[in-house]
Design a protein around this ligand. Structure first.
Ligand code: PEP
Length: 267
């Protein structure tokens, strides 16, 4: 039996959904399509307070729910925090960690503690890394971020680890400035080399999944699909636009179909 590789699309809704009905409606608006995708798996990451409501509708392996952050301790006197355990109990299976929009709120060891807690709860951390600028120090900045996390976490179950390369300069702000597939591949090379040093084996690193994120949409996803070694994508701004998402799914499906069956037989 051929094991079909699936690309992962992680939709980080950020704080762009403000009502429970809206969160539910958004999740459901693409559910029927997502459940039928052959080569694509989708993880929606709503704001914490809608995770439970949205996760109630999960009934297919293609379409899962994640959180945008979580606190490493299970419970206790931590005013305002939501623990990894609470997220798990609410139905989240993935947690985005170390996002550049949160890094100013947490230390390097906070991110590592969160990654450890997520792994200990058999959930999947989506660890964001990326340099601020493509200046002469960018490779050093990127490898330092990896050391800060992976020198502090247990080196088991690499198949449960996802790393999202999200160069900060590419994340959409006022204007869109996505990385090119070449820039992504340069970064992937730096990331894999560093991880091989940290994990002391390439077998473990081969099991880790790598995503690209930063101003990605239906106009540029094909460039990555065609030219980059990428296991999926993390999308922000377009993640709450069902029309754009569905176009992206279609592009992934068409690409994967061509990859799997390069010569289409006549009926
Ligand atoms: C992000 O913030 O993780 C992100 C990828 O955002 P955007 O797609 O809007 O650049």
């Amino acid at each position: 039996m051929i094991r079909k590789p699936k690309k992962l699309i992680v939709a980080n809704w950020k704080m762009n959904v403000t009502k429970e009905e809206e969160a539910e409606g958004l999740f459901l608006s693409i559910k029927n399509v997502v459940n039928k995708l052959e080569y694509t798996k989708v993880v929606c990451c709503p704001p914490h307070m809608y995770v439970n409501q949205v996760a109630r509708h999960v009934d297919h392996r293609n379409y899962r729910v994640g959180g945008q952050d979580a606190y490493p301790e299970e419970s206790g006197s931590r005013t305002g925090e939501t623990s990894v355990l609470m997220m798990k109990n609410a139905g989240a299976e993935y947690i985005i960690l170390g996002h550049s929009e949160r890094r100013h709120l947490e230390t390097k060891s906070d991110v590592a503690r969160k990654v450890t807690a997520v792994l200990e709860h058999d959930m999947v951390p989506i660890i964001c890394v990326g340099e601020e600028q493509r200046d002469r120090n960018w490779k050093k900045a990127l490898t330092q971020q990896l050391k800060d996390v992976f020198n502090r976490v247990p080196k088991k179950n690499p198949e449960n680890i996802i790393i999202a390369y999200e160069p900060i300069w590419a994340i959409s702000g006022e204007k869109k400035n996505p990385a090119t597939s070449t820039e992504y591949m340069e970064a992937l090379d730096v990331i894999k080399k560093e991880l091989k040093k940290i994990f002391k084996t390439s077998t473990a690193v081969d099991k880790i999944r790598f995503l690209y994120g930063g101003s990605l949409d239906d106009k540029n996803i094909e460039e990555f699909l065609k030219n980059a070694e990428v296991d999926g994508f993390l999308v922000g701004r377009v993640s709450h636009d069902p029309r754009i998402l569905m176009t992206m799914f279609r592009l992934v499906e068409d690409h994967m179909q061509r990859e799997m069956f390069p010569i289409k037989e006549e009926e």
